[in-house]
Design a protein around this ligand. Structure first.
Ligand code: MLT
Length: 409
């Protein structure tokens, strides 16, 4: 008799974005004449930049010739990409990260879920509330939690509320977690953490022998020079943090797939007897056993993100999305909404109109304005009464959507 992984039965609902997709498709089926504007899932809309496409083509071309064809590559990623990342994303910002500590992958969603595997189920996990749902769902799938209670909280997870009252920055939890998921710039609230804020977390992790799982997928959207792009800009972080980065939003790779994890040599965890073990070899073992690397043309394309031309082109695309965010922020504010985020992140987080529940607001917006966003409660119970808009949209659609929202009764 085949037995399922019963942890899956604990999952409360389907994954958030397919559920939104289902509702939207249903609406479109029943209302084929309506022009629906989608600002729900944070999926990019601008094409890959020319220099990236060129490198991609070159990679494919190399694969077509006997002399340059490549089979399996190094599971951890080609040295040319790892070196380029170490230099451009870290050393050029004054952070000493070795190329050898970088693992290329096909996405941060997979990485933030898969990382759980190298940590025992006895670990207490802390997550923000609201939060990118992957951290919570994969913690449940891994068997690190009990069941979900009526308020939508899983037993065994330490939830750190992020509300208007605390500026969407969590307080240090009184119950000490072993693993702490943090995401800055934040998805879904669009807020950022200062150096002082991150230092507080690094010091807390050092004191408690915890590990911070730091998702920096949106660092490229930071506009304020004082805001750290990496947790490793904080002294001591290499001993207590794993960082996740992605080309998805930075360079339009949501459909191309490329990301990376940084696990510094200095990072350690413990066995039951209290013996110290470096974490990096465990991830290396997992990665080389379960993953055969990202395709060569994609890695070539990713490396082009750091070329002079690539940097320029990407900065233009990011400026375009952040221009959307500015329009959204001011339009929503002038329509009377309380608006957060959107200054150093591509997400705008608002309080719903008349304190409507998030999913009611979703329905109202879809039916009355034919605009799609993401209900805040889909990111956790503290997101109830909030709503998220993604700035990854076409400018024309942004302007039209804002006009429709302004006219909403
Ligand atoms: C989001 O909308 O939160 C993200 O696009 C989802 C993701 O990156 O997987």
């Amino acid at each position: 008799m085949a037995i399922i992984n019963e942890n899956y039965l604990k999952l409360k609902t389907g994954y958030l974005f397919p559920e939104i997709g289902r509702r939207v498709n249903e609406f479109i089926k029943n209302n084929p004449d309506k022009k629906v504007i989608k600002m729900g899932i944070g999926d990019v809309t601008r094409p890959l930049a020319p220099s990236i496409v060129k490198a991609f083509h070159e990679g494919v071309e190399e694969m077509s010739k006997i002399d340059t064809f490549k089979g399996y590559g190094p599971e951890q990623g080609y040295a040319f990409l790892r070196e380029t990342i170490a230099k451009n994303s870290y050393r050029d910002r004054g952070v000493d990260i070795s190329a050898d500590d970088i693992f290329i992958s096909d996405g941060s969603k997979c990485d933030t879920g898969n990382i759980q595997e190298i940590f025992g189920n006895e670990n207490k996990i802390a997550i923000c509330d609201p939060v990118y749902p992957v951290y919570a769902d994969t913690t449940v799938m891994a068997g690190k939690t009990g069941i979900c209670n009526a308020d939508g909280y899983y037993n065994g997870i330490i939830y750190m509320p992020c509300t208007k009252e605390n500026g969407f920055i969590p307080e240090l939890p009184s119950e000490v977690p072993d693993l702490i998921f943090l995401c800055y710039p934040n998805n879904p609230t669009g807020t950022v953490a200062t150096k002082e804020e991150l230092k507080k977390w690094v010091d807390y992790a050092l004191k408690n022998k915890s590990i911070i799982l730091f998702d920096a997928a949106y660092e490229a959207f930071i506009q304020d020079e004082k805001i750290p792009h990496s947790i490793y800009e904080i002294e001591g972080a290499k001993q207590v943090a794993i960082e996740f980065r992605s080309f998805s939003k930075t360079a339009g790779f949501t459909g191309t797939r490329c990301a990376f994890v940084v696990i510094p040599q200095e990072l350690s965890a413990y066995d039951f007897a209290g013996n110290v073990h470096p974490v990096k070899p465990l991830w290396n073992r997992r990665h080389t056993t379960k993953f055969n690397g990202v395709s060569y043309p994609v890695q070539k394309a990713a490396a082009a993100v750091f070329s002079e031309e690539g940097k320029k082109e990407i900065a233009e695309t990011i400026a375009y999305y952040m221009g959307n965010a500015r329009i959204m922020k001011s339009s929503l504010a002038s329509a009377g909404y309380e608006v957060f985020g959107g200054e150093n992140a591509p997400y705008i987080w608002i309080k719903t109109m008349d304190n409507l529940k998030s999913w009611c607001f979703f329905d109202k917006l879809l039916i009355d304005a034919n605009v799609v966003g993401t209900p805040g409660s889909g990111f956790g119970s503290s997101g109830e009464g909030y709503f998220r808009f993604s700035a990854f949209a076409d400018r024309e659609n942004v302007i039209e959507a804002m006009e429709r929202i302004k006219n909403l009764k």
